[in-house]
Design a protein around this ligand. Structure first.
Ligand SMILES: [Zn+2]
Length: 268
């Protein structure tokens, strides 16, 4: 589930300098990491990432010079010390376009010990404009000294999302997008009947779907605002599932918010 403290930092652009995002790799994790990176480079004045400033646009296209991805070479079992040494020497250099510079280390748990010790040096005294995002399936494989210098966010995943949940999320997003209120209510009634596990998977699935659509809209020059706001509604409803609020209540709120959101967009 999406972490609400992190979500707030993403929105107001106050992300800290080092994060470990742990849990099974998948679209939810990649979307979150990209949103964090986009928030860090976004130069929009409101909520981040705004998806409309130059920095957000470049980031969405995967061509932002200040978002640097470090990956294990396909023919290697580990991330090697030389790859990390390069980061360390580059980290002190000012960003090109944005106010911050983001290093995303995929499979950070596959850095060998020498690589980890090298990274530690820059984590101990990071340049003020640098942010590190370490993606790891097993954060236990990282040195304690690294973990203590990062904020860890664990993504829970109960295996593959149920096909039924995925289809339902997709239908709801489409209905919301098209302002089909009757269809929204019909799907919501089906959602209420989901068991606890499936219902728990629903909000992250909706959130990921909204973020995906937001990006598609932004990269094709359309307004991403509707999905940006929808993503916030799903985050909020997701929080309620954590507090054990009943499915019925959450569903009611979800339906009301989605219908109102569309009505407001149309009114604007
Ligand atoms: Zn922006």
């Amino acid at each position: 589930m999406i972490n609400s403290a992190l979500e707030a930092r993403i929105e107001n652009g106050s992300l800290l300098h080092a994060y470990i995002i742990s849990g099974v790799d998948g679209p939810e994790k990649s979307e979150l990491i990209m949103r964090m990176a986009e928030s860090a480079v976004c130069s929009g004045s409101g909520e981040k990432p705004c998806m409309s400033c130059q920095n957000c646009r470049k980031a969405a296209k995967g061509i932002h010079p200040d978002i640097i991805k470090v990956e294990r070479a396909a023919d290697k079992k580990e991330i090697l010390v030389d790859q990390i040494k390069e980061i360390c020497s580059q980290a002190a250099v000012m960003p090109n376009d944005a106010a911050r510079k983001v290093y995303i280390i995929s499979e950070a748990d596959r850095m060998n010990i020498r690589a980890q010790n090298t990274l530690l040096k820059v984590l101990e005294e990071p340049p003020s404009f640098v942010m590190f995002i370490l993606s790891a399936e097993n954060s236990g494989a990282l040195l304690e000294t690294i973990r203590s210098r990062c904020v860890e966010v664990r993504l829970h995943s109960e295996g593959e999302t149920d096909e039924k949940v995925r289809t339902m999320a997709d239908r709801l997003l489409k209905a919301a997008e098209n302002g089909e209120n009757l269809e929204i209510c019909r799907i919501i009634l089906e959602m209420e009947k989901l068991d606890k596990t499936a219902f728990g998977e629903l909000m992250p699935e909706l959130y990921t779907g909204a973020v995906r659509r937001m990006k598609n809209a932004a990269s094709s020059g359309k307004s991403a605002q509707f999905y940006q706001k929808a993503a916030r509604i799903f985050t909020k409803c997701g929080k309620y599932t954590e507090y054990n609020v009943s499915n019925g209540h959450i569903c009611g709120m979800l339906a009301a918010e989605l219908i109102e959101l569309r009505a407001m967009e149309r009114g604007a």
